[in-house]
Design a protein around this ligand. Structure first.
Ligand code: TEU
Ligand code: CA
Length: 542
């Protein structure tokens, strides 16, 4: 039972989006037996921890992030037996599973909410039911998914939903909510999982329900972002539950600054272990993620450097199930697909902190090749399109804006092989498979020594054996614009890491003595230049 402090520190975490990972029974939907069948693949890749996105029963208005039963398995994904098998098989391979914990809201089909809607006062107090003011909603807050954050249910009565109307927010002022959620956490920890990825955890506690100010398209954030009440809740979870088990808890912490993160993850306060920040994801967004501006690698470098310097240990990620693919975002999918995918791998695994890899990233998967909005499935995309239409944006522009940023870009089925359904399913996949499965797929890359996949394997292995990369200090080194150079240093190992974040050749001054790692072949490297998207690690004789 004892907590083994920081056992997770040198681990690599792999994120699985079950619906799109591997389908075992031909219904077109990835499932738990499918994941079990790929555990050896993950072991070979070098994964230590799996973050499993929601597998609980859900009406799927938001693909499992609307949970209707927290202690059961969605039949689409399998049975509780399958889940137990997954936990124990993974354990046997030395892989620990953490689960997604979505406790800002439940599904509107959760038993608690159904009772609340039926008028049961005890359960109404699990949520935020409020009277309106005549024709006005209880406050002016907006939903993350567009529109107002209040849904009308009866005579001038509303409930709060910071996400879709099918995701009513839980009332964390109610001690019964704390009790119920504690039971849920213990249920899974007792089953042998090793912690949680906590969905939008820093907005769960609403300090007040007053009208709020506008901030990046959202309204009211100052009343629920990183509130004192939230810090208190996290410290209590940690003290009463998480610390009693061997756990790793990473929070999805939206709209945070490095200062907020230090508070949420500081060791002496005992709240979260790590948190995901978003500043680098928004490097090219113009206020809202749907409206993009040009991406400047230099801006990305500045953001990453700031976080490296101001937070002890960061959760390093370049993509997830809510973001576009990193090679589309920060690389080049046309001319330098392999080079940019491997450079991004090298960078993400060389920074100080814990690396997260999102399924498919390790083979360089790209955004979906959707041609129309009708091919998408994500609720957020449809809401965004509706809002754009209301603003008068014409159809072909709406299509372009939505397809560029839709979360479904990262949710297309995993490309296992070159067959018609990419080895993902025998049936009709729930979301369109990218046609580049013909050359971007696990099977082909397994057999190619120079593939993105084999680069990931080698880089993971290199990192595992390097004290400098896992435990060393970080320091940025001056270099040309759009080239990220930094050192990682442990007592007997100093490494210089070079990342050319552009498709241009860059002249750089190389420090250190021996090139120990890189994404270009020896014979193609030069002494004075970094080639397009070149990545190198140079070791110094100290
Ligand atoms: O995401 C929260 C969140 O902030 C995202 O909705 C984000 O605003 C957008 O998707 C990307 O810019 C979490 C989950 O990761 C997401 O899948 C869920 O839809 C959401 O919470 C609600 O549970
Ligand atoms: Ca299935």
């Amino acid at each position: 039972m004892a907590s083994n402090k920081k056992w997770w520190k040198n681990s690599i975490c792999y994120q699985i989006y079950p619906r799109s990972f591997c389908d075992s029974n031909g219904d077109g939907i990835g499932d738990i037996p499918g994941i079990i069948s790929k555990l050896h693949y993950l072991k070979e890749l070098g994964v230590d921890i799996i973050w499993l996105c929601p597998v609980y029963p859900s009406p799927n208005h938001d693909n499992g992030y609307d949970i209707s039963d927290y202690t059961a398995i969605n039949p689409e994904f399998g049975t509780m037996d399958d889940m137990d098998k997954l936990i124990s098989r993974a354990k046997r391979l030395g892989i620990k599973i953490i689960m997604d914990l979505v406790i800002n809201h439940t599904s509107d089909e959760h038993e608690w909410f159904k009772r609340a809607l039926a008028g049961d006062e005890e359960y109404k107090d699990f949520y935020y039911f409020r009277k309106g003011n005549g024709n006005k909603k209880p406050n002016n807050w907006k939903s993350f998914f567009g529109g107002d954050a209040w849904q009308k249910v009866g005579d001038d009565e509303y409930y709060l939903h910071l996400f879709s109307e099918h995701q009513p927010d839980l009332n964390w002022h109610n001690p019964k909510v704390y009790e119920k959620v504690s039971e849920i956490m213990r249920f899974w920890l007792d089953k042998g999982i090793y912690g949680f990825r906590c969905d939008v955890i820093n907005i769960i506690y609403k300090q007040s329900l007053e009208d709020g100010a506008t901030n990046n398209g959202l309204v009211g954030m100052e009343h629920y972002l990183n509130t004192e009440g939230c810090h208190e809740l996290l410290a209590r979870f940690n003290k009463e539950i998480w610390s009693k088990y061997k756990t790793f808890v990473v929070g999805e912490t939206v709209a945070v600054t490095p200062e907020d993160m230090q508070l949420l993850c500081s060791e002496h306060r005992g709240e979260l272990d790590l948190g995901f920040f978003f500043e680098h994801m928004d490097v090219d967004s113009r206020g809202s993620k749907w409206y993009k501006k040009k991406y400047y690698p230099n801006c990305l470098i500045k953001i990453l450097d700031k976080w490296q310097n101001s937070v002890d240990y960061t959760a390093n990620y370049l993509e997830n199930h809510d973001q576009i693919r990193s090679v589309n975002h920060f690389g080049d999918t046309e001319k330098f697909w392999r080079e940019s995918a491997t450079m991004l791998c090298g960078m993400n695994l060389s920074l100080k902190g814990m690396p997260f890899i999102y399924q498919g990233q390790e083979i360089g998967m790209t955004n979906g090749d959707f041609t129309s909005i009708e091919e998408l499935r994500d609720v957020e995309s449809y809401n965004a399109e509706r809002e754009m239409a209301q603003k008068g944006i014409i159809k072909c522009i709406r299509r372009k804006l939505v397809l560029n940023t839709s979360r479904d870009n990262a949710r297309t089925p995993m490309q296992w092989d070159n067959s018609e359904k990419a080895g993902f399913t025998d049936g009709e996949p729930w979301l369109k498979i990218n046609s580049n499965k013909s050359f971007i797929n696990v099977e082909a890359e397994q057999n190619d020594e120079n593939s993105v996949l084999n680069f990931y394997r080698k880089m993971i292995d290199y990192r595992r054996n390097s004290k400098a990369l896992t435990e060393g200090t970080y320091r940025k080194v001056a270099g040309p614009r759009d080239v990220y150079i930094f050192t990682r240093e442990a007592p007997e190992e100093r490494l210089y890491v070079y990342c050319n974040m552009t498709s241009n050749v860059k002249e750089v001054e190389f420090y250190g003595d021996t090139i120990v790692f890189g994404n270009y072949k020896k014979e193609n490297r030069t002494e004075k230049y970094l080639l397009p998207y070149e990545f190198r690690i140079v070791k110094s004789n100290i």
